[in-house]
Design a protein around this ligand. Structure first.
Ligand SMILES: [Zn+2]
Length: 89
């Protein structure tokens, strides 16, 4: 449980925990690709799950960073807005 950075290039997943003050964003330490910040709803596919990663790439490239996902109680998950530009939906 917690927030994550994912690198879509080399499929690296970095767990960030839940400390909202200390999220680190930026480049992948492995390949310098820009990492994508996702919340705890994100379930990384297995590294060899090509279809799973294609879906993740598709969703993220369409602006879906797993933040507009309701939790078990039907409440929208609150999400820091300072990583990317807030989106009107
Ligand atoms: Zn990478």
């Amino acid at each position: 449980m917690g927030y994550k950075n994912v690198c879509l290039n080399c499929k690296r997943v970095e767990n960030l925990g839940t400390d909202h003050e200390n999220f680190r964003t930026g480049k992948c330490p492995e390949c310098s690709h820009e990492m994508t910040f996702v919340n705890h709803k994100f379930r990384p596919p297995k590294k060899n799950d090509k279809k799973g990663w294609e879906l993740v790439k598709f969703l993220i490239s369409n602006g879906f960073n797993f933040q507009h996902v309701s939790d078990e109680n039907g409440m929208y998950v609150t999400y820091p807005q300072n990583i990317e530009e807030p989106r009107n939906s």
